[in-house]
Design a protein around this ligand. Structure first.
Ligand code: HEC
Length: 358
């Protein structure tokens, strides 16, 4: 199962497999009116009545033909109203605004010693700041990271006090303020789709979360692709979309490839193995997958340089008769790998004939 395949120069995000979302976060849209809700209501009257946004957007597609538009203009406009009503006391998304601290006399920000702290939510210093979490390249790496932070902890005076729709609209507004393109579909309350929405600058997503646009296939053991050989060139039964991720059943054997060639790139993705019924521990997991690089002729299996995805050999190299030299930190691999059922993050960097895998 692959979740997010991101290639840098291009980003490719793949997640395979069903993702189980924990249910601990109740949205309280049916609870009695709270301070946060009342503020958001006020926001609606301040902004929505004065501005109407017409949306006949044509969506830009990336070089794989995949849209990276995550919200609509009118949703961002609604979100602006909610943001300045429910969040504007302590944060701003106006690029011209002050960042960091505020004089207490302004009444803005939250109290910290002699000054008030005040957050500007625009620009790389905010969106792309370091996460400090291994496997997560930046703090707001996907839309899901930002949405989950906001809906579970904000507004600080009324945690989780807004409705689901209001949180979605606020996130849409923050995306707009950070220069992300708008499109035809609103941001919806679907965490798996949000995890496919990369916020990494300079990356293109390789998987749209819905279908296999941008991908080619070679399926069938010992087969070159049809019409030359016996290989299927469609996903067949081998690759399926499941809950916004790509599920690789492994039957029959084969591979999928982006319909664009990359030489110097950074590829990011997440994957997990699904435990089988009756499995006692990861010692009994015999799954095999991998990342086949620099294929020049399609074939199952082709001449390639493979970054292993096989359980217990993850991220090592399989040469397939090619000549290379490499060093490998097996202890790091063991530290990094997650048990079956949990998502693992992969990064493969290719630069001028050298590879780094993490
Ligand atoms: C009363 C002041 C206050 C209000 C109003 C408020 N926040 Fe915050 N916010 C904070 C504080 C304090 C923190 C730092 C603690 C934390 O992370 O929870 C914070 C942190 C954050 C962060 C993470 C820090 C960062 O720099 O990215 C985000 C994102 C955020 N708030 C978004 C919002 C949104 C969206 C709203 C409106 C729905 C909102 N906040 C309303 C006080 C506030």
């Amino acid at each position: 199962m692959y979740r997010l395949i991101t290639v840098s120069m291009l980003v490719l995000a793949i997640a395979i497999g069903g993702y189980t979302q924990t249910k601990r976060l109740a949205t309280n849209s049916s609870s009695s009116p709270s301070y946060g809700k009342a503020q958001a209501e006020r926001g609606k009257t301040v902004y929505s009545s004065t501005k109407r946004v017409v949306s006949n957007a044509t969506e830009q597609l990336n070089s794989l033909g995949i849209s990276q538009a995550y919200y609509t203009e009118s949703q961002a406009e609604r979100g602006k109203a909610y943001f300045y009503a429910a969040c504007g006391v302590c944060h701003t998304a106006d690029p011209k605004s002050q960042n960091g601290t505020m004089d207490t006399a302004t009444g803005l920000g939250w109290h910290r010693g002699p000054v008030n702290s005040y957050g500007l939510f625009v620009g790389d210093a905010w969106l792309a700041s370091a996460s400090g979490v291994p496997g997560r390249p930046q703090r707001w790496d996907t839309v899901a990271d930002l949405y989950n932070k906001v809906r579970t902890t904000q507004p600080a005076y009324d945690v989780a006090g807004l409705s689901t729709q209001e949180y979605l609209d606020i996130v849409a507004y923050l995306l707009k303020q950070n220069g992300l393109p708008s499109g035809k579909e609103e941001l919806k309350n679907d965490l798996n789709q949000m995890r496919n929405m990369t916020l990494d600058k300079g990356f293109e997503r390789l998987f749209n979360g819905k279908d296999l646009t941008g991908w080619g296939f070679v399926v069938g053991p010992n087969c070159k692709p049809a019409p030359e050989g016996c290989g299927g060139t469609t996903p067949g039964t081998t690759f399926k979309i499941k809950d916004g991720t790509v599920l690789n059943t492994g039957s029959p054997h084969g591979y999928m490839y982006p319909q664009k060639k990359f030489w110097n790139f950074t590829l990011r993705l997440q994957y997990r193995f699904e435990p089988y019924e009756g499995m006692e521990s990861d010692d009994d997991l015999f799954t095999n997958t991998g990342y086949l690089l620099f294929i020049t002729k399609h074939d199952v299996w082709p001449r390639t340089l493979e970054v292993q995805g096989k359980n217990d050999f993850e991220m090592s190299l399989a040469m397939g008769g090619n000549e290379s030299t490499y060093t490998f930190d097996d202890a790091a691999r063991i530290r990094a790998r997650k048990p079956a059922g949990q998502w693992n993050s992969v990064e493969i960097v290719s630069k001028d004939g050298q590879l780094w895998t993490t």
